[in-house]
Design a protein around this ligand. Structure first.
Ligand code: CU
Length: 283
């Protein structure tokens, strides 16, 4: 009797964990959603496939673990003398539990390399629009080449918090940090990459026009810092503003003209800010 109670309790615990873990997939799928917001980046669906594959392998292993655990408890509790087995070592089992994870890890590595190549292929070709991205405690700064098309000189256009990007055009970020490690994370694009002081990290993407329209053409895409970087980490929020290519070009030219008219009028050359974080700093 005892062993059945123990085995059922173990199974119930296993089932509860599985339901908690697996159920959101079905609930969200029923509502026509996924764990993530609808992807709008070229090649981003590859990340979703990778996520699903990894997730289902984990669920299968979880089920297997609980079934084996329940069986062990049930079998052990049935021994009348109350003694456990004194068997030590099992060559066959050790080979098995080394070989199976090794094969799984090799498989996961293989599909991740494939996914990386597919994502790179999706944004290959076309000389990209280059944007310099600076991560700093605790905001995002963006720098575009001015009218001369060259980054890193006086006519550069600087923005804070919001990065305008053209839809359907390759964008290449050159990311760097002025202090600690940050992480550039845009869930809608399935993009996440560390921004590390002392080095420049490139990151390419393209907002796919069809996917963007299918996602309901959101006015902005959330940008988060995904690396705990200090007390203001929670406020290190930015956004991407997708724009039609013609509107983007016009915006960039206008920003360039603003800058020079401001300078001629003697205005300080300060990037605009939405004040989200700066307000707090003044207190
Ligand atoms: Cu950060």
């Amino acid at each position: 009797m005892m062993r059945w109670i123990v085995a059922l309790m173990t199974l119930a615990l296993g089932a509860a964990v599985i339901v908690t873990f697996v159920n959101p997939e079905f609930t969200l799928a029923g509502a026509g959603q996924d764990w993530f917001p609808t992807e709008v980046g070229r090649g981003a669906e590859v990340v979703d496939d990778l996520y699903d594959t990894t997730n289902w392998i984990a669920v299968a292993l979880l089920v297997l673990t609980f079934v084996l655990l329940s069986w062990t408890v049930w079998r052990g509790a049935g021994r009348r003398d109350g003694e456990g087995s004194d068997r030590h070592g099992s060559g066959g089992l050790e080979v098995l539990w080394t070989a199976v994870p090794a094969v799984l890890i090799a498989y996961l590595t293989w599909i991740q390399i494939g996914a990386r190549d597919e994502i790179s292929a999706a944004t290959a070709g076309d000389s990209p629009l280059v944007i310099d991205v600076e991560g700093a405690q605790f905001d995002w700064r963006f720098r575009y080449a001015g009218a001369d098309g060259v980054l890193g000189n006086l006519d550069d256009i600087t923005e804070v918090v919001e990065m305008a990007v053209p839809i359907g055009r390759n964008v290449e970020l050159r990311m760097h940090s002025v202090d600690v490690i940050h992480s550039f994370y845009v869930p809608d694009l399935r993009l996440k990459r560390d921004v590390v002081p002392g080095t420049v990290t490139p990151l390419r993407f393209q907002i796919d026009p069809e996917d963007y329209a299918a996602a309901g053409s959101p006015a902005t895409l959330e940008l988060r810092c995904a690396e705990l970087c200090g007390w203001g980490h929670y406020a290190m929020v930015g956004r991407l503003r997708p724009m039609e290519p013609a509107a983007f070009d016009a915006w960039l030219i206008a920003r360039g003209e603003d800058k020079f008219s401001n300078r001629a009028a003697g205005a300080p050359e300060e990037p605009e800010s939405d004040g989200e974080f700066e307000d707090e700093e003044e207190d």
